[in-house]
Ligand binder design. Structure first.
Ligand code: FMN
Length: 229
């Protein structure tokens, strides 16, 4: 029997195409490739698209959207490819305690067309317009230096919401964080004395390689899980 070629898609929600979030995604991509998947990385910054415009075409009775947003822009063909993929990894920096605006625009356009406002007569649960199991994950990178501040800003609750919705639509979602990230090439050139530079340097040397390894393992694990489904 010929094994199906698995497809894994990766999205960078940072405007920076080669910094922390991109590097985590590239590492996850290597893991996914190692596990045998065909991979694609998309920088949202390169696409011209907006969030949901609330047209509700996807909620009309008898609609034939099949869980796909009808708005025609750069995102539409990308959404089509996501719905055909097996693994989906979204990465974003934390901006003011949430994902970035472009990441949220993607979430609105991806998830809203899949969920309906009706109950499924058979299961009693929320009816979905698409029944597609995808192995998904969200990678967050952030300044936040430690667990104390993470909890103080309620990131445990705030950041887990995106994963919660992904899990509801696609059946599985993991969250991976990288904290205390290296933001500027040379901190001496920036007004940033709130940042404990020694602590950040320590993180860069000792934790960041582990974060990248965690991302690699995540990519590999999701593809292995997709093989089992
Ligand atoms: C506009 C803006 C807002 C930010 N807000 C937060 C924040 O609320 N919490 C946090 O921990 N880091 C915050 N950061 C830091 C970034 O999340 C962090 O540096 C991230 O790793 C950057 O990802 P990148 O290197 O892929 O661009 C912010 C950065 C920017 C530019």
């Amino acid at each position: 029997m010929v094994e199906k070629q698995l497809k894994a898609m990766f999205f960078n929600g940072s405007p920076r195409k080669n910094k922390n979030t991109a590097q985590m995604l590239e590492s996850a991509m290597k893991g996914a490739q190692e596990a045998g998947a065909e991979v694609e990385l998309i920088h949202l910054q390169d696409l011209n698209f907006k969030g949901c415009v609330s047209c509700f075409a996807c909620k009309r009775k008898g609609n034939t959207c099949g869980g796909l947003c009808i708005q025609k822009d750069d995102l539409r063909p990308v959404l089509e490819r996501i719905l055909e993929a097996d693994v989906l990894v979204l990465g974003t920096p934390v901006y003011f305690s949430f994902a970035t605006g472009m990441f949220r625009n993607l979430m609105e356009r991806l998830l809203f067309p899949i969920m309906s406002y009706s109950r499924d007569e058979q299961t009693g649960g929320q009816m979905l317009y698409l029944h597609k199991r995808l192995q998904t994950a969200i990678i967050y990178t952030m300044n936040c230096p430690n667990e104390e501040i993470y909890n103080q800003f309620h990131y445990d609750t705030l950041l887990s919401q995106d994963c919660h919705f992904m899990e509801r639509m696609f059946g599985y979602c993991e969250q991976l964080n990288a904290q205390n990230t290296w933001q500027f090439p040379d901190y001496s050139k920036f007004d940033a004395n709130l940042i404990d530079l020694a602590d950040r340097e320590y993180t860069r040397q000792h934790q960041w390689p582990k974060d990248l390894q965690n991302a690699y393992d995540l990519g590999k694990r999701l593809v292995e899980k997709a093989k089992e489904q």
